[in-house]
Design a protein around this ligand. Structure first.
Ligand SMILES: [Zn+2]
Length: 124
């Protein structure tokens, strides 16, 4: 299950970010999962929950945003989006088949909510 190795590298990335931030614990992790990324959200969730124990992400909430495929037609310039991977992509406007992929291919860390540092808040 390759989700495990993905989560592992995600954890490393998060740890690096938290260190840069100056420490603290992670409250929320928000990731964007492209339909074409090959990542299965359900398995990703399981892998995340398994891995987070004892790490900086222990207690963190995982938020997944599924990114549909977005493609631009080279013929009419129209943009089409596809909810899932399919064998054949066709422009939803003109029916053209010359499409350039714009989004939906990758998995990205979008947001990290870090707690544990007082940043001048709480003055009443
Ligand atoms: Zn088109």
């Amino acid at each position: 299950m390759h989700e495990y190795s993905i989560v592992q590298s995600l954890m490393e990335l998060i740890e690096g970010q938290v260190r840069t931030h100056g420490g603290g614990s992670v409250k929320r992790v928000s990731v964007k999962i492209g339909v074409l990324s090959g990542v299965e959200p359900h398995l990703f969730q399981i892998a995340f929950d398994t891995f987070k124990e004892g790490t900086i992400c222990d207690g963190a909430q995982l938020e997944m945003v599924i990114q549909p495929i977005v493609a631009e037609c080279l013929e009419c310039g129209g943009r089409s989006s596809f909810e899932e991977n399919q064998i054949f992509f066709q422009c939803q406007r003109c029916g053209g088949v010359q499409l350039e992929l714009l989004d939906g291919e990758e998995m990205v860390l979008m947001e990290l909510e870090i707690e544990g540092q007082s940043e001048g808040e709480g003055n009443s």
